[in-house]
Design a protein around this ligand. Structure first.
Ligand SMILES: Cc1cc2nc3c(=O)[nH]c(=O)nc-3n(C[C@H](O)[C@H](O)[C@H](O)COP(=O)(O)OP(=O)(O)OC[C@H]3O[C@@H](n4cnc5c(N)ncnc54)[C@H](O)[C@@H]3O)c2cc1C
Length: 529
């Protein structure tokens, strides 16, 4: 039996990096934490829109880097970018509604058994109670105490674990992949390890994680339909010390988040580091430089394996405290691997005030440096933690002030993505819209229709999490769009801390799943009566 076990250690859960540390070590960050150098400010219009640029993929010059839309006016933005494509009342939107049926419970859950419907219904209902989600780990420990570890594990395996996790053996993982595949849905297998805080032997932990990722890629070669694009998904914090990332973040932000600056903290030095030639960074100690060099080579090893298998290597976005460092490392990987094909994709979180600005800068730089740019656009999972850290440490939260602002930011990044896709006809600009939000999904589909982008062109992907919003995923798969689920693998002990963290961060999402719960119960009732 091909059994994979991922030793993740026990990590801090709610607030994984205590910014008190950062505050003490780098007081500078408190004043500039939130001052994007390139001026994407609250009126969302101060990025220079009128620069003349040459599209290095097509060789075509244009007078604007992104669509000339009324971003300077928030009121207009609400109707133009919209919290929904319906506002635009286009022919495309009518076609989208005809094509994507997010209302038909029977069709949406056709390949689920009655038991699975019942399980999903109960679990999503339980997850909508904050008291449960907030205390999930305490309840987990209590359950183990009352029922004993083995019995409690069996209960969890039959319920929460099976809802959100594919399994820990090749056989179980293969079954999940096959089931999704039969509905035209890809599986982005990944381990759940993140953040080494609390590990006694960090280097060993990172190496074990690298082995876990390599094993996931192996399993994808066995179980996934390799005639379609396969995507492997990783978190950089499973390979590299987050305190080191936090330290580099300060240097990067001091340099104005400029990836091509004259210091040694630039993407080219990181790219050299991938090949084992990192020039030591003066701001780091000798031990830190050694740790960074080892981490970059570790990351390179797994990225290379993914590319050798012709798989996309998708890097998640994590906490704000090191998001630019992660973006720079990802960018370095893009510079190495994204020439023949756009293999490496990063992630941008619309939730952060500075994301649109960063996305535009990175996208333009990739074009200038002449390599492919791929990214996953998410709203962002760490709202609660970022807000709590900001409050605790007395700085302004890096996150948007409201859900509506995050929606606007998401739509704006989406518009930028489509503009770049249009300007890169050879397909080197790729976006995955990772969201459960039906309006966002429909808006993407409407824009694809408007731009004449083929469903399977490989320029636009959709992403959802395993166990959530299946009615959206299955409908997209059925309609022929490229849709992938993020599918965790690992033993119950390994994945539960991450699942619990994820549930806490996704409280607002669980609270919005009323429709899915209703559809599940409708489907079940129809089958029984
Ligand atoms: C395939 C996939 C991969 C993902 N990868 C990542 C990743 O790498 N990094 C990451 O951070 N997340 C990731 N996520 C999670 C994602 O960022 C969201 O947390 C989740 O998808 C919910 O957003 P939504 O668009 O699906 O749903 P919605 O319900 O429309 O949006 C909920 C989101 O809106 C935002 N929000 C809610 N309330 C407020 C408020 N009061 N103020 C400001 N904003 C608010 C938050 O971002 C919240 O998560 C991923 C999700 C998917 C599906």
């Amino acid at each position: 039996m091909n059994q994979i076990r991922f030793i993740t250690g026990f990590r801090r859960l709610l607030i994984s990096r205590d910014n008190r540390l950062i505050k003490q070590k780098y007081p500078w960050i408190l004043t500039t934490w939130h001052t994007p150098k390139y001026g994407y400010s609250s009126n969302m219009d101060s990025v220079n829109k009128s620069d003349t640029v040459t599209d290095h993929f097509s060789g075509v010059s244009g007078s604007a880097q992104w669509p000339d839309r009324p971003w300077s006016n928030d009121v207009d933005m609400k109707s133009t970018l919209g919290l929904g494509y319906e506002d635009e009342a286009t022919q495309e939107s009518t076609n989208v509604n005809a094509e994507l049926d997010f209302e038909n419970a029977e069709k949406a859950f056709a390949n689920k058994s009655n038991l699975e419907l019942l399980r999903a219904m109960l679990i999503l209902r339980i997850c909508s109670y904050n008291v449960f989600v907030n205390n999930a780990l305490k309840l987990w420990k209590m359950g183990q105490g009352i029922l004993g570890k083995r019995l409690f594990s069996s209960v969890m395996k039959a319920t929460f674990y099976s809802q959100f996790v594919s399994g820990e053996t090749s056989e179980d993982i293969g079954k999940t992949v096959a089931r999704l595949s039969s509905a035209q849905i890809g599986s982005m297998l990944h381990i759940t390890a993140e953040d080494s805080s609390g590990c006694s032997d960090k280097e060993q932990w990172y190496n074990t994680n690298a082995d876990g990722v390599l094993e996931c890629i192996n399993l994808q070669t066995i179980h996934c339909d390799t005639s379609q694009q396969v995507i492997s998904q990783i978190k950089l914090s499973s390979f590299i010390d987050t305190e080191l990332l936090d330290k580099l973040e300060v240097v990067i932000k001091k340099n104005g988040r400029n990836f091509v600056n004259d210091s040694l903290v630039n993407y080219k030095n990181f790219a050299q580091g991938l090949d084992g030639n990192l020039q030591p960074i003066p701001e780091l100690t000798a031990a830190e430089n050694e740790s960074l060099a080892a981490a970059l080579q570790r990351i390179n090893k797994v990225a290379q394996k993914s590319v050798d298998c012709d798989f996309v290597f998708l890097v998640d976005a994590e906490y704000y405290s090191n998001c630019s460092t992660m973006a720079m490392i990802t960018f370095a990987m893009m510079s190495k691997f994204n020439h023949k094909k756009t293999y490496v994709w990063g992630t941008y979180q619309a939730l952060l005030k500075e994301t649109f600005n960063n996305l535009c800068m990175d996208g333009e730089l990739a074009k200038k440096e002449n390599f492919g740019f791929g990214f996953k656009l998410v709203r962002g999972a760490y709202l609660e933690t970022e807000k709590a850290l900001a409050l605790k440490n007395g700085f302004q939260a890096p996150t948007n002030d409201s859900y509506e602002e995050t929606n606007l930011s998401y739509s704006k990044c989406m518009d930028y993505a489509f503009d770049q896709i249009r300007k890169s006809p050879n397909g080197k600009y790729i976006t995955m819209f990772a969201t459960h939000n039906e309006k966002s999904v429909k808006r993407v589909v409407a824009m694809m229709k408007k731009e004449g982008i083929e469903k399977k062109s490989g320029k636009v992907y959709f992403g959802q999490l395993m166990g959530m919003c299946d009615h959206v995923s299955y409908s997209l798969g059925k309609a022929g769009y490229l849709i992938h689920k993020s599918v965790p693998c690992g033993s119950i002990e390994d994945v539960m801390p991450n699942m619990s963290r994820r549930a806490i961060e996704n409280k607002s999402v669980f609270a919005r799943l009323d429709k899915e719960k209703k559809m599940l119960s409708q489907a079940l009732r129809k089958r029984i009566f």
